[in-house]
Design a protein around this ligand. Structure first.
Ligand SMILES: [Zn+2]
Length: 338
């Protein structure tokens, strides 16, 4: 019998599926990602390994070559990134991208987007935009530009994004960054805003002004901090967004793995006054099995209120943990429901 999850993987041609399937009527076995026609469910035989399929008398498909020394999806995605990053001056067509990774243009697009949260084209555009700016001040490497463009896309870092996630590191504690900051007392306690030249990178709640500044220091221990009263506007905008729904979003400088960026972006789509559970958010993102990874990404959010991780509640509607204190979360949610 074929369980529902495996059948879904086969229908979806899920490249992450670890099994191979044989088709009783043809005697051929395939990887779920094979581009061949989907078999009838009743003809399917599922095997954990290529060896098992062979032992059961099935022959490998010539199209998907399930017996070929396999490249994992991670490898394929990495090879796509390489191709793009090695050719910053040329637009790589999807067909070429797919060919290099052994998949169709359609698959290449879909897998890339699922892993990095942006389409290959958007990624190339971002790289190029950055390239232009970097080109003006010399010495920027492609890797720097990728990082600067907001994608943590070196293969090393990428490995952590495939639902396993590594804890985010903001460029080694913000080394060499100038972060301006400002603190204000608000209805929800002390609020501190920290911003790089690109936008807000830290918005946190604290009990005292001192705690607020210390929170910034410990998040970015290697950054140069400078007080800037102009950031008070961002704090007021954050409070107004919660209390009145008036949305003035200052530019944000969110940095993290591709997976974290996806989660934070999904959080920003939850309307004021609404809440979701981690599971619901994961399903909205098309990652129903990733509630835990989603929860971890929410817990590492650096920009409170504008990236509304407070709109995530427990399965029974109860307020669950909040980086800046559950009581504050309750207060904020109440203010939103007004
Ligand atoms: Zn096949």
């Amino acid at each position: 019998m074929v369980d529902e999850k495996t059948w879904r993987q086969i229908l979806d041609r899920d490249p992450a599926a670890r099994i191979v399937y044989g088709v009783a009527t043809t005697g051929i076995f395939c990887r779920p990602s094979c581009s061949s026609r989907r078999p009838l469910k009743t003809n399917l035989r599922i095997f954990a390994t290529v060896e098992d399929a062979r032992l059961a008398g099935f022959r490998p498909c010539l199209r998907c070559k399930p017996d070929a020394p396999g490249r994992s999806l991670d490898d394929k995605l990495t090879s796509m990134l390489r191709l793009i990053e090695d050719n910053p001056g040329r637009r790589i067509p999807l067909v070429e991208l797919g060919r290099g990774a052994g998949m169709s243009a359609f698959r290449a697009q879909k897998n890339f987007k699922a892993a990095f949260g942006v389409s290959p084209l958007a990624y190339q555009n971002a790289l190029r935009a950055r390239q232009l700016r970097v080109g003006l001040r010399k010495g920027g490497t492609v890797t720097d530009s990728i990082y600067d463009a907001g994608f943590n896309a070196s293969s090393q870092v990428y490995k952590g994004t495939n639902l396993g996630m590594t804890p985010a590191r903001f460029a080694a504690g913000g080394r060499g960054e100038l972060i301006c900051h400002c603190e204000q007392k608000t209805a929800f306690g002390w609020l501190i805003a920290g911003a790089t030249a690109r936008g807000l990178c830290w918005l946190a709640l604290a009990d005292s002004k001192l705690d607020a500044v210390q929170s910034l220091q410990s998040e970015f221990p290697a950054a140069v901090l400078k007080r800037d009263a102009a950031l008070g506007g961002s704090i007021r905008a954050a409070i107004a967004a919660i209390e009145t729904g008036k949305q003035i979003d200052p530019p944000l400088d969110l940095r993290g793995t591709a997976f974290q960026l996806r989660v934070w972006s999904a959080l920003q789509k939850i309307p004021r006054g609404n809440t979701l559970t981690y599971g619901q958010l994961a399903r909205k993102m098309g990652l129903p099995d990733s509630a835990r990874a989603v929860a971890r990404a929410c817990a590492t959010n650096r920009v409170a209120l504008f990236v509304p991780c407070h709109r995530i509640v427990g399965a029974n509607g109860s307020p669950t943990g909040y980086r800046w204190g559950v009581e504050r979360k309750i207060q904020i949610l109440q203010a939103e429901r007004g």
